[in-house]
Design a protein around this ligand. Structure first.
Ligand code: ATP
Length: 141
């Protein structure tokens, strides 16, 4: 929808993973975890692209904020559209907290043995960040 000055007032947000369309909605604002840091987008934003890191993606619709956990991917911003292509994306209400707690426990256990050369430290750190993000986002339902 456009304002009288022609600047789009809302954004079409699409969040897609390799297996499904997680969100397709008209929204007022998006805040995404860019690899250089979190950024916010309103309607009429100049086009740009960014890579995504593991983190929380929030969007505002009818004044209410909704949250997802996302990890890795790309965001394409246009004045009236935000397209997120992510490796994984889960709405806060769909997150299995017990599973995330188990993933956190495994990652912490592995990182406790980081001197062991069989432990892939970077991968374990990524798993820990993912698990902590899921737990935090799930708390926002
Ligand atoms: P786990 O070690 O528990 O499998 P993971 O971080 O290795 O977690 P991913 O590879 O990121 O899992 O995701 C695989 C699939 O499982 C994706 O579809 C993802 O959305 C889903 N998934 C993983 N963890 C959770 C969770 N805690 N709640 C809901 N969906 C999850």
């Amino acid at each position: 929808m456009a304002r009288q000055d022609g600047i789009p007032r809302t954004l079409t947000l699409e969040i897609v993973t390799p297996t499904r369309m997680v969100v397709r909605d008209e929204v007022e604002e998006v805040v995404a975890p860019g690899s250089e840091g979190y950024f916010g987008v309103l309607g009429g934003h100049l086009p740009f692209m960014s890579t995504l890191k593991i983190g929380e993606l929030a969007y505002r619709k009818n004044g209410r904020w909704r949250y997802l956990a996302v990890s890795w991917g790309y965001v394409e911003v246009r004045p009236d559209t935000v397209i997120v292509l992510a490796d994984v994306a889960e709405r806060a209400e769909d997150i299995d907290v017990a599973r995330a707690e188990r993933a956190r426990g495994r990652a912490v256990e592995l990182l406790g043995r980081r001197e062991d050369e069989t432990v892939d430290v970077a991968r374990s750190e990524g798993a820990l960040t993912k698990a902590l993000t899921r737990i935090e986002v799930a708390g926002k339902t």
